[in-house]
Design a protein around this ligand. Sequence first.
Ligand SMILES: Nc1nc2c(c(=O)[nH]1)N[C@H]1C(S)=C(S)[C@@H](COP(=O)(O)O)O[C@H]1N2
Ligand SMILES: [Mo]
Length: 543
Amino acid sequence: MSATTHRWGTRGLAVLAGIAAGGLTLGVGELVAALVVEPAAAPFLAVGNTFVDLTPEWLKSFAIRTFGENDKQVLLAGMAGVLLVLSAAGGLLELWRRRAGVAVLLALGAVAVVAAVGRPTATAGWVVPTLAGVAVGAAGLTLLVARLRAAAAGAGTDLSTSDAGPAGPGSDGRGAEAGPDATPDAGRPSRRQVLLLTAAVAGLAVLTAVGGRRFGRTLADVREARDALRLPAPSDAAPAVSAGTALDVDGMTPFTTSNRDFYRVDTALDLPRVVPADWRLRIHGMVGQEVELDFADVLELDLVERMITLTCVSNEVGGELAGNAVWLGYPLADLLDRADPSPDADMVLSTSVDGFTAGTPLDVVRDGRDALLAIGMNGEPLPVEHGFPARLVVPGLYGYVSATKWVTELELTRFDRATAYWTDRGWAAKAPIKTASRIDVPGSFAELPAGRNIVAGVAWAQHRGISAVEVQVGDGDWRPTRLADEASADIWRQWLWEWDAEPGNHTLRVRATDGAGDRQTDEQAPPFPDGSSGWHSVVVRVV
Ligand SMILES: Nc1nc2c(c(=O)[nH]1)N[C@H]1C(S)=C(S)[C@@H](COP(=O)(O)O)O[C@H]1N2
Ligand SMILES: [Mo]
């Protein structure tokens, strides 16, 4: 083997050593977080969640548009890729100069510590997982690269091992001292031994990481607690969906959205893990008396069941970030009354276990609409992704100002004193849902036979209701469509139109009128800062 081959072999091993040590840093971080703090305090998640919080609006919209609901996986994979490269570089740097690679680990650790203590629910203890990870990772890196140097020296590879000298990679060092003819002495490890040692460190990294995911409260524990939970029957059940409210059209969005198909939007990279036995809801702030409930208390309340259509402010015109489910819960207004809110309070600031917040107008919560502390969704406990064990649902408001999942705190406060997660990032403080309508059938760019075709879709204007939906073909007249029966003003409404289609390319457009008689605006607006607007259209080809 030539000296050059050796040098490259040595560098390759340094890269592997760097990656193994980087992995060990993260693994130990995971394990210590799970054992002594909580999973979210681990360096990887702390940095990822901080990244989510700091992401500028344009990048967030891009990510949602491009990756949809996979945006979280893409971010985690991207972070893993960056860390892989930096760890590899750390290995090479450590080989170039002692402690240079350790310095990389320390710098990354510093970033993670800042991220961890900056998390909304962090305590001082949140620095511990990263510090422990970096300490063990740095020890691993130092050991591996020291052994690697020894092996390289034994094999006669030219290496710059000087502490002081700025001997860069590729510089000619002290070739003569340990030349090709030097006899490897007995204490020196072989490359194979270094490789095995590196593999052992990598194995330890995997073990600690997996261990970290297994210890403490796991998602499996939460799912088990959810499976074991029996929801009480509502004292006031939601009426069954009548045949007239749900149209039977091929390709149409189902009237009731299944839990599995329900859109999911939140900032949580790792699902919050809350079991009912640990859950508490504290009502405080501008109140006569603070109230705290546990989950058993909620189960004893007179629960009601309501179908309510939820919508995300990030929904684009024609988009699918809306879903309709039956929620089981307790009226939020009654719950708040137990705490005797001050007449000066005008906001309910709800907080999730992971620190997300939403500010909901108190007058909206109390105007008689079915604002709920919900624990059930479509006859089941809330899915973990949708806020298990408890969340808020407020008809008529976009989710970001009302629908806090994994909710643990309700603070009575004022809009001139408090802001919330998205309002801190420029989104509107008050956000009623805008009137919207969507063509589900035919799909865009569909090819249709000439003659009779069904055009159908859904429209929503929660809490105002939908009174009319009209369709236009090209520049033609607006035609009234047939509306399915209205289930309630808080629920989307399906519509249908029979079109006698002539051959050619056509644009179909839809617009709705709400229950107050206000027509949906054709003014195009993006989701930021208070919801998209404009008429949805599809282009079809009739042959
Ligand atoms: N804890 C928490 N709750 C949250 C959010 C969040 O990021 N974290 N996002 C809100 C937003 S923007 C929306 S649109 C709804 C979506 O609820 P879903 O995921 O159950 O559809 O949840 C709301 N509740
Ligand atoms: Mo949202």
